[in-house]
Design a protein around this ligand. Structure first.
Ligand SMILES: Cc1cc2nc3c(=O)[nH]c(=O)nc-3n(C[C@H](O)[C@H](O)[C@H](O)COP(=O)(O)OP(=O)(O)OC[C@H]3O[C@@H](n4cnc5c(N)ncnc54)[C@H](O)[C@@H]3O)c2cc1C
Length: 506
């Protein structure tokens, strides 16, 4: 029951018990939970429906197909931050790296203390994490899928006595093709596209792809209807209107799109928190160049993570980047860039994300799209510099002869003894290349309606029967990859709706 845009030949009026907007981590998982309990669900997804047969290893095809804005969104600030998210059935889970971590206890503690979310304990969340892990098959990688790059990374961390963990990933028999970010060609990554969406469809859910929700209507303080545009997949122009009258409406378009949709609908304005508190885990990367071939693409995307510096707000991993994308970020151009890329098989790209201590905001542009603003603070500034220095330490320990840095003026160093230069160079924020693929906080959850948009079950404080289950409800920086947290919270919201079925769906 997946309807793609071109199959729609007229305006449509739908009715459903629940309408879910967005089919990614938060939308797809909730839709399946409800559909499997017999709830009539309609899912609206702005992006296209593509299966692994249509995925491509070539960035020029894969990125426009699966990513919003062809992967080139920008978060405004100094430095501007390159941001990517998915726009397809399955959302960002189709193109993500597959890392799966439970919400750390220190983060839950903060949620309880700062946001009055007393029920957010590891014990209470355990069944939801366990259910998600079973649904998307969270498991360590088999040793055969690990490449040489990953092994070098692990050996170096061991040598430095740094805490390093095998990554928990949603995969079944992953063979380490390292194509996660263009959509898994073998369906071994257990994204929402091949787990929750088929479960929901098998129970009669109806999904409209190429369909963008543009307005939520409410009557007497209760959400009642979604107005959406069925788009032409190529031109992205409106072809038809689709309206869905539903008893419950769930927003799961991601932390940038959902606040924008709320603003465009004029809803949930009282708290003043919609679009505020934007968090994004800024990332830096360092490229190590080795004497011998590494061929790190011959192995899984990220087999391990260094957790030694989590308390300092730094998480490190190797990063499976396509050479075309890596070339964009190298500190050279022209012939020098070509010479560098000729060493591609000798390179190992490593990255680190840092915990946010500051927040940004999402604003709705006059043309209806979100604009994200985020100014890296002095704390993250120091963390980004330290993260780059630590990545160099790891890569030199692994045997790198040179490290290419994410800084405009200090572009490379050639040995461990040059690492102090990173701290001493007085690197300004404007001179750091920063990127991210995580977004939270913009419709944050909390007990107090003056400080939060939704409660701990994702229900909007101000609008009855309106729920939010995407990354936007996460109220603080996580410090680890977010998809499992998002799915667990969405699963919990689903259980809450089912337990209160008479009230919401009766
Ligand atoms: C390249 C990359 C690598 C990543 N790696 C990891 C990783 O290894 N581990 C991890 O935990 N996380 C990772 N992430 C992040 C993780 O995938 C996201 O945090 C998570 O998927 C967000 O879930 P969500 O439900 O908020 O949004 P999404 O999963 O992005 O889903 C939102 C969906 O809603 C749709 N939508 C938006 N607005 C509308 C609208 N108005 N109408 C209809 N549909 C709409 C979008 O098209 C999209 O498909 C990665 C992300 C990227 C981009």
């Amino acid at each position: 029951m997946i309807t793609i845009g071109e199959q729609v030949t007229r305006d449509i009026q739908e009715t459903a018990e629940v309408c879910v907007i967005g089919s990614g981590a938060g939308g797809g998982s909730l839709a399946a939970e409800l559909a499997e309990a017999g709830v009539e669900v309609v899912i609206l997804e702005e992006g296209g429906y593509y299966t692994s047969k249509e995925f491509s290893p070539h960035p020029h095809k894969a990125i426009p197909q699966l990513y919003r804005d062809a992967g080139s969104s920008t978060i405004l600030g100094t430095p501007a931050i390159i941001f990517s998210e998915g726009r397809c059935v399955g959302g960002s889970t189709v193109i993500n790296g597959g890392m799966c971590w439970r919400t750390p206890e220190r983060v839950l503690h903060r949620w309880r203390r700062e946001f009055g979310l007393e029920e957010m304990t590891p014990e209470n969340l355990e069944p939801f994490f366990a259910k998600v892990e079973e649904r998307i098959n969270v498991a360590p990688q088999s040793p055969e899928s690990l490449g040489k790059g990953d092994m070098l990374f692990k050996q170096a961390a061991d040598k430095l006595h740094w805490l390093i963990h095998p990554n928990r990933r949603n995969q079944k028999d992953c063979t380490g093709e390292d194509a996660c970010v263009f959509g898994c060609p073998t369906d071994r990554k257990q994204s929402v596209l091949i787990t929750y969406i088929p479960r929901a469809m098998a129970q009669g859910a109806r999904l409209y792809a190429d369909t963008r929700a543009v307005k939520i209507k409410a009557q007497n303080g209760r959400a009642t209807e979604v107005v959406a545009q069925v788009l032409d997949r190529q031109t992205r122009k409106k072809r038809h209107t689709l309206t869905v009258k539903a008893k419950v409406i769930v927003l799961a378009g991601g932390a940038l799109q959902t606040p924008c949709l709320l603003m465009g609908s004029g809803l949930a304005k009282k708290s003043g928190q919609v679009g505020k508190n934007f968090l994004c885990h800024p990332n830096v990367k360092v490229v190590g160049i080795f004497e011998d071939e590494v061929r790190y693409w011959a192995g899984v995307h990220q087999g391990h993570q260094v957790h030694e510096f989590l308390e300092e707000g730094i998480l490190m991993a190797i990063g499976g980047v396509h050479p075309a994308l890596a070339a964009l970020g190298l500190p050279q151009y022209g012939r020098r860039s070509l010479e560098l890329m000729e060493q591609w098989n000798h390179m190992l790209v490593a990255g680190a994300l840092v915990d946010d201590t500051t927040t940004g905001k999402i604003v709705r542009a006059p043309w209806g799209q979100p604009l994200a603003f985020y100014q890296v603070d002095h704390v993250e500034h120091e963390r980004l510099i330290r993260a780059a220095a630590l990545l160099c330490e790891l890569l030199f320990t692994a045997g790198a002869k040179k490290c290419l840095l994410p800084f405009t003026y200090l572009q490379e160093i050639s040995g461990m003894d040059e690492i102090p230069k990173i701290y001493e160079a007085g690197i300004k924020l404007s001179e750091i290349e920063v990127l991210t693929v995580h977004a939270f906080g913009t419709t944050r959850m909390g007990r107090d309606p003056r400080r939060a948009v939704v409660n701990g079950f994702g229900e909007c404080h101000e609008v009855k029967n309106l729920f939010i289950t995407d990354g936007g409800i996460i109220p603080t920086s996580l410090g680890v990859n977010p998809q499992e947290t998002i799915m667990a919270l969405a699963t919990r919201a689903g259980q809450y709706l089912l337990e209160n079925r008479a009230r919401y769906l009766g």
